[in-house]
Design a protein around this ligand. Structure first.
Ligand code: BGC
Length: 759
């Protein structure tokens, strides 16, 4: 029994213990199961056709299923196929145990929301919770009861393509977003209502710290850093009650996560109290071989002993565990424990009561891609956009005159969804969204403008790992980039303003999509330079799955709107913001570097013994570069609005506090512009003296406020001991007396500061 259930029992006066009924049911069931059948519950093959490996390579899923040797399936696209598999499991397998069906429902099911990095840029956990709720409502009617989301791998390196799937660089913001997603998918975790599904936090742990930003690469990190900077979001999702955890591909302190008992048993289960099951990542156990841990039998033993429960695709648990137990090499209790955890998950999901409760054609018909869901996707998308530059109020645009919409992403409906969209349809293209918004009021001219990149080999790589890139539906080598640019220039000559829709295609971020350069691809750079020569106002609408280094574009463009990958309603959402029907309020969840050479980079870095004096560039024998400043292009938390906000003085309720007290920090923010807007007021803290070094600032709170023109609001932050605490050299969590700096502002750079003492 977990501490949490014990607490519930005490609180409810031990009236009823649902766990006791579950335990009784599972005890009885497991008594009937053979060792093979128990190992069978740990088997999770993929249903992605060609990607299927192991037992199911032959395509015959039914044989092992009838023998009770399968626990569930992942990423099967057809509801009919899933229904049939479930029927065989509950009618023809020895113990009639239902299957669990998982899928990567990452940012929506059919109604597609912005990529998670974009949703994080909304700094609105309620909106993210609603988006996840909608994803659960749609998926749960289609046979899916388990999603591989949220992904909360903190990363300081946008070369890593998977930052698109994550929650940015900050553990506090990331934890809030991860927990919001868990609540959205799981509700209260009772699954009484079949429109909730089980969530799976991933990739535990530290996957975002892959060396050089190269996917699947080695991670090497101090425990200090793990606990203080990287573990937080995983822990936050455990506290939110996440039902399952996925192990990461990387190693942690020399031992891959899939064989890391310290990570799974000591930290996750014992320290954090996680009581769900741990699933491997795709072929995670198999990959322990190439990692160098040994042959198939050896790595199977390592994985089960490390606390891994569910074997995604490797097929090793079902193949080797029975013989390893019989040979006395693996303790049978470990197999029992993993099997029990899987049966518990199925029990909690209500699958024993009704194995088909997530197959509901009538509900699917009613709830999938409804107008209401689309409207919410459009709203969340607008909230995810970050206005990076807006010289002379170029934006919002007037709905009049001639608007040139150019660029390879302007008419690319499939690209709008971004990476990881298995069930999403196509999105509304930007040019269509703009056309609809200005119909009868302004003229729209369009040209694709350029290829994605001049390098045809790289272009194919970009296409290979993602959804069908529009420019890829034709062979890129057959396109004449010069002619495309000329056409765009010709078309734009008649325009009053140019909207350049450029950046990354969906396939350029996500899994196995690392880039060594993160600037604008060459072909699009050329297009922007040529268009700029026309001397017209230029707005860049930037598509991206990562922070990019866009120094040249920042200097050249009049306005830049970062829209990430907005999802199903992309074009409408972009038009909403371009024409000022919605005022942008997103803030960067990830630092934009000036050059890839500055990476890894994050706002919450350490000071070092030789910090560069503020505002300085290069100084000999200081921590800096000779050829670039230390500052990023845009800092974490940055984002403009169509209005302006003025911050009053920051005041603290006291100059000192003790650990059992709190200090209130107050600031009054005024909308000094002409339109209503929303501002994210951010609180950062710095522990000035510690027994170990502490970051120069850490986000500890924020509030998103709406202000009418001329309106002021006073925002209060309560600073308590927990916010001052960190993991010390002995990994004990607590605060240390001394001076602290409180910083409040519109982003992580532009802050007002006051100090206080912790007694
Ligand atoms: C990815 C996971 C994903 C899994 C199942 C893996 O390759 O790393 O994030 O959930 O596949 O599709």
């Amino acid at each position: 029994m977990t501490i949490a259930t014990l607490a519930t029992l005490v609180l409810t006066g031990c009236a009823k213990n649902p766990d006791a009924e579950m335990d009784k049911f599972i005890d009885a069931l497991m008594k009937k199961m053979t060792l093979e059948e128990k190992a069978g519950q740990l088997e999770l093959p993929a249903g992605l056709g060609t990607a299927v490996t192991g037992e199911f390579q032959s395509g015959d899923a039914m044989g092992p299923l009838r023998q009770g040797l399968v626990g569930g399936f992942l990423n099967i696209m057809s509801m009919e196929q899933m229904r049939e598999l479930q029927r065989v499991a509950v009618e023809e397998s020895p113990n009639k145990i239902p299957l669990i069906f998982g899928m990567d429902v990452i940012h929506g099911f059919q109604t597609t929301f912005p990529i998670p990095l974009g949703m994080t840029a909304s700094w609105n956990p309620e909106a993210v919770e609603r988006a996840s709720r909608i994803a659960a409502i749609e998926a749960s009617a289609s046979g899916i009861c388990w999603t591989y989301s949220p992904m909360v791998d903190i990363s300081h390196d946008p070369r890593w393509g998977r930052v698109a799937e994550g929650v940015g660089e900050d553990p506090y913001l990331g934890g809030l977003m991860g927990a919001a997603m868990v609540r959205g998918y799981q509700g209260d975790g009772s699954y009484d209502d079949p429109s909730y599904i089980m969530s799976c936090v991933k990739h535990y742990a530290l996957y975002g710290a892959a060396e050089g930003g190269r996917d699947y690469n080695t991670v090497d990190m101090s425990k200090n850093r793990m606990y203080n900077e990287y573990f937080g979001p995983y822990k936050a999702t455990v506290e939110a009650g996440v039902g399952s955890v996925m192990a990461s591909f990387n190693e942690i302190n020399g031992t891959p996560a899939h064989a890391n008992g310290w990570l799974m048993n000591d930290v996750l289960r014992d320290e954090w109290g996680f009581d769900g099951f741990v699933v491997t990542d795709y072929t995670g156990i198999m990959e322990l071989g190439p990692h160098g841990l040994g042959d198939e039998r050896t790595v199977t033993k390592r994985a089960i002993e490390a606390g891994i429960d569910f074997d995604m695709v490797s097929g090793y648990f079902v193949k080797y565990l029975p013989e390893l137990v019989r040979a006395g090499e693996v303790d049978e209790a470990l197999v029992d424990q993993a099997c029990r955890r899987m049966l518990e998950a199925k029990y909690k999901l209500g699958l024993f009561e009704d194995p088909y409760r997530f197959f509901d054609d009538a509900r699917a018909e009613q709830v999938i891609f409804t107008e209401e869901h689309q409207a919410e996707a459009r709203r969340v998308a607008t909230e995810s956009f970050v206005l990076l530059k807006n010289e002379d109020n170029t934006l919002p645009l007037a709905k009049r005159g001639t608007i040139a919409v150019v660029g390879p992403l302007a008419d690319a409906p499939r690209e709008m969804l971004g990476p990881w969209s298995l069930r999403g349809g196509v999105g509304v293209s930007v040019v269509d969204g703009i056309r609809e918004a200005v119909e009868g009021k302004a003229k729209v001219v369009y040209a694709p403008g350029s290829k994605v990149t001049l390098n045809n080999v790289v272009a194919r790589n970009y296409g290979a790992s993602g959804a069908g890139i529009q420019a890829m539906t034709v062979d890129p080598s057959t396109l004449n980039n010069d002619a495309m640019v000329r056409e765009a220039v010709r078309v734009s000559r008649s325009a009053d303003v140019i909207v350049a829709v450029v950046g990354e295609t969906a396939g350029m971020s996500g899994e196995s999509a690392s880039r060594s350069e993160i600037d604008m691809p060459d072909a699009q750079k050329i297009l922007l330079r040529e268009l700029k020569k026309l001397g017209k106002p230029m707005v860049m609408v930037l598509f991206n799955g990562r922070a990019m280094s866009i120094v040249e574009e920042d200097a050249a463009m009049d306005a830049i709107l970062d829209v990430w990958f907005p999802g199903s309603m992309a074009g409408h959402a972009v038009a909403d913001v371009l024409f000022g029907d919605v005022n942008p309020s997103g803030k960067l969840p990830s630092t934009f570097p000036r050059t890839v050479g500055q990476l890894p980079m994050a706002y919450n870095h350490k000071n070092t013994g030789r910090p560069l004096p503020e505002g300085a560039w290069y100084t000999k024998f200081r921590s800096n570069y000779m050829d670039v400043v230390n500052e990023p292009l845009y800092p974490f938390g940055y984002g403009l609005s169509y209005t302006t906000f003025e911050y009053g003085d920051l005041t603290l309720s006291a100059a000192e506090m003790s650990a059992d007290q709190a200090i209130i920090a107050k600031v009054t923010v005024t909308n000094t512009g002409k339109v209503a807007g929303e501002e994210v007021v951010q609180l950062y803290l710095r522990d000035l003296v510690g027994t170990i070094t502490r970051p120069v600032k850490e986000l500890k709170g924020f509030e998103k406020i709406a202000l009418a023109p001329g309106e002021s609001k006073t925002v209060e932050f309560t600073i308590d001991n927990e916010m001052l605490s960190f993991y010390n050299d002995d990994l004990q969590f607590g605060s240390e007396p001394g001076e602290f700096s409180v910083m409040v502002g519109t982003n992580s750079r532009d802050v007002k500061a006051q100090n206080f003492f912790l007694k």
